[in-house]
Design a protein around this ligand. Structure first.
Ligand code: UT7
Length: 303
């Protein structure tokens, strides 16, 4: 479809495989699958969920929220539901927001999902973007933690002056859909790859340092950093700048590509399921993306 090669994609991005939704699947379907696994792992039933939060850059509809669709598909009654719009930083923003409901004692079980069928917004004739993105979902159930455990710190950033370097121009109230918007391909992801690349490395390094700065922990004490999976070269350049042991930085972009807000919870689930992550481990989740947005969460694993 485009002038590219497997070799270019592997060496420039680290991506080898990706997953793409089938025609009859939407973001909410992937979200529901991930949610069911997280709810089972938490040892609770769907009825015990107090709030559903979905971080997504590819919602089923502009509105209502994908969270409401997920709530209905999971047959959960009497709970709140809303989406978080922070694109690839969505799960990091979501964790910061959702954990507050538990910390304040307002809710006991908060379901947070990062889910994307971002392939629906890709121009398969744009080699700049069509080689990068993949679909997927991951979920967590947030519950009360022992003192000193759980989500310890959050750091969030944004720079709205730079919306133009990564965006879907049309489909909102600024440019509603029209023949013209379709002809001009304004419903697809438009990205200045180089600009995003440079921003991503700086944002990743800065977010890790910021979230640790007031925590009393040093980078040496951190067991794992789970970055948003956008490009293997971004992850490697950031880990070199942080001077952190390469084995502490989780990478699975080779299998899934850039799954936007789903990339961190998918990677988190993989290290959890593999038994790598242990009770008391310090984990940093760190994201960056359109907006521009960036941020990090410092977590002490309580399971
Ligand atoms: O979640 C956040 C969202 N996005 C990102 O994080 C993406 C961040 N950016 C990147 O990952 C990288 O900038 C890309 C992977 C998008 C591009 O890699 P790059 O090393 O920055 O390449 P480039 O844009 O500097 O382009 C180098 C060359 C150009 O050709 P010329 O001008 O040197 O002849 C491009 O036209 O590579 C060409 N090129 C490609 N060639 C084959 C760009 N895309 C492709 C492609 N296949 N898919």
């Amino acid at each position: 479809m485009v002038d590219t090669s497997d070799e270019w994609i592997r060496t420039r991005t680290g991506i080898i495989e990706r997953r793409i939704v089938s025609e009859d699947e939407n973001t909410s379907d992937l979200a529901v699958e991930a949610a069911k696994k997280a709810i089972k792992d938490a040892g609770i039933s769907e009825d015990e969920i107090d709030l559903v939060v979905v971080a997504t850059a590819s919602p089923d509809l502009i509105w209502p929220s994908t969270a409401c669709i997920v709530q209905n598909k999971l047959k959960i009654k009497n709970c709140g539901a809303f989406d978080i719009s922070a694109v690839c930083t969505g799960f990091v923003y979501g964790l910061a927001v959702a954990s507050q409901f538990v910390a304040t004692g307002m809710y006991k079980n908060v379901l947070l999902i990062g889910a994307e069928s971002i392939s629906r917004f890709i121009d398969w004739k744009d080699r700049n973007t069509c080689v990068l993105f993949g679909d997927g979902a991951g979920a967590v159930v947030l519950q009360e933690a022992t003192e000193g455990f759980g989500v310890l710190k959050n750091y969030l950033g944004a720079d709205g002056k730079r919306i133009d370097i990564l965006k879907i121009p049309a489909g909102g109230s600024a440019i509603p859909s029209s023949y013209e918007s379709v002809e001009k391909k304004l419903h697809y992801i438009h990205m200045n790859g180089n600009e995003v690349y440079k921003f991503a490395i700086t944002a990743l390094v800065k977010s890790v340092k910021k979230v640790l700065s007031s925590s009393g922990f040093s980078l040496d004490e951190v067991n794992y950093i789970i970055p948003h999976q956008a490009n293997q070269r971004i992850t490697e350049a950031a880990s070199a700048r942080l001077k952190i042991d390469r084995n502490k930085i989780i990478s699975n972009i080779d299998k899934y590509g850039n799954t936007s807000s789903a990339s961190i919870p998918i990677a988190l689930d993989e290290i959890y399921q593999s038994g790598k992550i242990k009770y008391g481990d310090l984990v940093i989740t760190v994201g960056f993306g359109a907006g521009l947005t960036w941020g990090a969460n410092l977590i002490r694993w309580n399971k």
